[in-house]
Design a protein around this ligand. Structure first.
Ligand SMILES: *[C@@H]1O[C@H](CO)[C@@H](O)[C@H](O)[C@H]1NC(C)=O
Ligand SMILES: *[C@@H]1O[C@H](CO)[C@@H](O)[C@H](O)[C@H]1NC(C)=O
Ligand SMILES: *[C@@H]1O[C@H](CO)[C@@H](O)[C@H](O)[C@H]1NC(C)=O
Ligand SMILES: *[C@@H]1O[C@H](CO)[C@@H](O)[C@H](O)[C@H]1NC(C)=O
Length: 387
């Protein structure tokens, strides 16, 4: 059954998305590495991407509401050498946990391929970049990443999967502070009361709760170029219907590839302003974009391929609300491509001023998406070559 489904999607993907004029997705610009994806074009053409000066160029390549996230750009490099000895209370030098709790900005890279199985949530301090380029780095099999009351974090090029709840334990969050953590949700990346965060080119799947959840007054977030697959509740934006601090939330979701085995919440939004732009949806089991509590949703230049079942062709879903309520919510679709019967139910005023706050970047035509986000997820970058 799973195999048949995979095969259907595979065939659909190849029939429907194959660029018309060329057998392979060949970029048309003069530089062979230029794809039209503004984030990637900013750094991927540089064969010297790995050198210490050039790695930090990435920090100035973000687009959307998280574009000002500086991460560890203004700090030193820190090389993670030890994937094994995770100590949540007294992190050991050389481990990822030791690096992310430090007070000063740090640009964190990895000595080589590694699988990091954490004993508890990885609590970040502010001004950190984790940059997996040049190594295959997996955070998997234990609790995963939590950004709680921090700013300026960039997470790039990391595999995050099979994340489990942590908690009922002490966890350190800075060199001079640790505290009790209740049971955590088991998210891949949980962004809680945090701002200026950019998650780019990660591959996420199979977590206990969300793959990326953004809650509790978080804002100024960009989630771009990620590959997500095999997961039920993919992305939750907003803590609860009556948590009004999320009214200021602004999130950009761009150039992601939502692949096989996703069920719902891609994303599920509450309050706030959401620019969902130039993503490729190869299917969903229940719905793609949903929400409650009057979020503003600006869906632009996406490529939606509906699943085959007639009951799930609708991209959108309103949750816990009656039509006379949700018909006022501002949800619009501009330039989205709808395949295999996909349809988007708009509501509200198409020209509402709210959309100014849900607009964060220039959208490319959805017809270009094969070349724009065909390399979503972790890239395998080799030293000395364009990535
Ligand atoms: C890093 O790249 C820059 C610019 O391409 C170059 O000037 C510099 O010499 C390189 N540094 C090293 C250590 O390779
Ligand atoms: C980014 O920084 C610029 C310059 O300080 C500012 O004008 C802009 O509002 C900021 N944007 C976001 C989304 O944080
Ligand atoms: C942790 O759980 C306890 C008991 O349920 C609760 O009183 C406390 O507020 C929780 N702490 C946090 C930070 O959520
Ligand atoms: C909604 O507004 C956008 C931007 O102003 C416009 O491009 C689009 O055609 C409008 N759609 C409808 C259905 O009026």
């Amino acid at each position: 059954m799973r195999y048949a489904w995979t095969l259907i999607l595979y065939i659909l993907f190849h029939i429907l998305l194959k660029p018309r004029n060329s057998p392979r997705a060949q970029p048309k610009n003069t530089h062979p590495c230029k794809t039209g994806n503004p984030i990637d074009d900013c750094w991927r053409c540089d064969p010297e991407w790995h050198n210490y000066t050039n790695r930090k160029i990435l920090a100035d390549c973000a687009v959307g509401f998280g574009r000002n996230a500086t991460g560890g750009r203004d700090g030193e490099f820190y090389v993670v050498t030890d994937p094994e000895n995770d100590d949540p209370i007294d992190p050991i030098p050389g481990t990822l946990r030791y690096a992310v709790i430090q007070e000063e900005p740090l640009w964190i890279i990895f000595e080589g391929d590694m699988v990091i199985r954490l004993k508890d949530e990885l609590l970040f301090n502010s001004f950190k970049t984790i940059d997996g380029r040049g190594a295959k780095v997996e955070i998997a099999g234990g609790p995963c990443i939590t950004l709680s009351y921090v700013t300026n974090v960039i997470i790039h090029g990391i595999h995050i999967h099979h994340c489990k709840p942590g908690g009922n334990a002490m966890v350190r969050k800075s060199p001079n502070q640790y505290g009790w953590r209740n049971i955590s949700d088991g998210d891949g990346i949980s962004i809680f009361s945090s701002a200026h965060v950019w998650i780019d080119h990660c591959t996420l799947s199979h977590c206990h709760d969300g793959l990326i959840d953004v809650t509790y007054g978080s804002t100024s977030i960009t989630i771009s170029n990620n590959y997500m697959a095999y997961h039920d509740e993919v992305m939750l934006m907003g803590h609860s219907d009556d948590f009004l601090l999320d009214k200021n939330m602004q999130v950009t979701i761009a150039f992601n590839y939502f692949g096989e085995g996703l069920v719902q919440r891609i994303p599920r939004c509450r309050h706030g302003y959401f620019h969902i732009v130039n993503n490729l949806y190869s299917g969903w089991e229940m719905y793609a974009i949903g929400g409650s509590a009057n979020p503003t949703i600006n869906s632009q230049g996406n490529y939606f391929i509906a699943p085959n079942s007639n009951s799930t062709k609708e991209v959108t879903r309103r949750i816990n609300s009656l039509e006379n309520e949700w018909k006022e919510w501002n949800w619009r679709s501009i330039g989205d491509l709808m395949l295999n019967g996909a349809f988007f139910t708009s509501s509200g005023n198409n020209n509402s001023q709210n959309y100014v706050k849900a607009s964060s970047m220039f959208a490319r035509p959805a017809s270009l998406l094969t070349t724009l986000n065909v390399t979503a997820g972790v890239l395998s970058c080799q030293i000395g070559y364009i990535c």
